[in-house]
Ligand binder design. Structure first.
Ligand code: ZN
Length: 369
């Protein structure tokens, strides 16, 4: 079956027709062509009504493991129903619980993947690294190998409320798993111990530091500048992710980073049951905050498409070209006059709002209301 997507403006910096009005022809679940020429050979039409179409949005830090963990939100609620093609749960499950999680999400409309927690219990409680025996290296490696396409990497939560006195050994165990399975590590940091320096010293090329703009004392700034080690580690290949969350996004820090030309490598929500109403809302809501802070639309879209795909090492996502799986997000930018808050209840004015209108996952289109 051939579907023609028409009357849309492409937002994809990697494509020669970026910012142009295009016709996209989808054959079954694959993009057949993206062109400015008229198309006649198709079975159905999706009229984007002059809106934007981009590669499908990816949220690399969510919590969607329901029942077993208290935090989980239903995956399609924060996925396809808000224009997000792929969500990656960040450490809700560990080697003891990932079977249950996989079975819960494998038939969702949204593509769901996971960072497996280095702690075998995942986030059943939120002190998962207080007990050193709560890590089973061999079992974690075995589960990653069993769920090769599902697990993108390993999650380590490195903050005072999670870890016990030993803040180094959990990293060393995660390195062993990472080396054996060739997967990156996503690291959460917040209140110390460990300090941001101690955390970054344990991070290597392709590892992802989430909550990079949190406003706690242990943050990325040194006065008005970015800490030297943060910049040095970026040169070594460490990647930075937003992970907005309940307590982990500060406009003050994000704006100061911007004035130092320090941008994240991906925008994600850290959305869960207790922040899905406010202050996070949705991935589009977090994108809207960055747009109104002064990021360009194409940059914001890049940070939830190719940037996010690179951070999670997702192949076949993040850019549109002939022959790739048809994962697309349809959206508009509306003029509004409102405000938005960060995790510290600081607010900014919102004049432009990114509003998802639809989502195509493997060639199947769903309208967003
Ligand atoms: Zn999280």
């Amino acid at each position: 079956m051939r579907t023609l997507i028409t009357n849309c403006v492409l937002v994809d910096q990697t494509h020669p027709l970026h910012k142009c009005q295009v016709n996209i022809l989808v054959k079954d679940d694959v993009i057949e062509s993206i062109t400015q020429e008229p198309c006649t050979d198709f079975d159905t039409v999706i009229d984007a009504k002059g809106g934007y179409v981009s590669p499908g949005w990816i949220d690399i830090h969510v919590h969607c493991f329901q029942d077993t963990t208290d935090l989980g939100v239903e995956a399609d609620r924060i996925g396809v129903k808000t224009g997000v093609v792929c969500v990656i749960d960040a450490g809700s499950s560990g080697s003891d619980t990932i079977d249950t999680f996989y079975n819960q999400v494998k038939d969702k409309q949204t593509i769901v993947k996971a960072w497996i927690n280095i702690a075998k219990s995942g986030l059943i409680d939120r002190f998962e690294l207080k007990d050193p025996d709560n890590v089973d290296i061999d079992a974690t490696i075995a589960k990653i190998q069993a769920y090769d396409d599902f697990v993108v990497g390993i999650k380590v939560r490195a903050s005072g409320s999670v870890m016990g006195e030993d803040t180094v050994t959990p990293f060393l165990k995660a390195h062993t798993v990472s080396n054996t399975t060739n997967r990156p590590i996503m690291v959460h940091f917040g209140n110390n111990p460990p300090t941001i320096h101690e955390v970054l010293k344990q991070m290597r090329e392709d590892d992802v530091l989430t909550h990079c703009f949190h406003g706690k004392p242990n943050n990325i700034l040194d006065g008005l500048h970015i800490k030297d080690l943060v910049l040095d580690k970026r040169k070594e290949g460490v990647l930075y992710d937003v992970g907005h969350g309940q307590d982990s996004f500060s406009f003050t820090i994000a704006k100061q980073a911007m004035s130092n030309n320090f941008e994240p490598d991906s925008i994600s929500t850290d959305i869960h049951k207790y922040n899905v109403e406010t202050p996070v809302g949705s991935l589009a809501g977090v994108m809207t905050k960055f747009l109104n802070m002064g990021y360009s639309l194409e940059n914001v879209v890049h940070l939830v498409t190719l940037g996010a795909a690179n951070n999670a090492k997702l192949k076949g996502f993040g850019m549109l070209k002939d022959g790739v799986k048809a994962h697309l997000t349809f959206f508009e930018v509306e003029t509004v006059d409102t405000t938005a808050v960060d995790s510290n209840n600081e607010s900014i004015q919102i004049h432009k709002q990114i509003t998802p209108k639809g989502c195509m996952i493997s060639g199947v289109y769903t309208e967003v209301h």
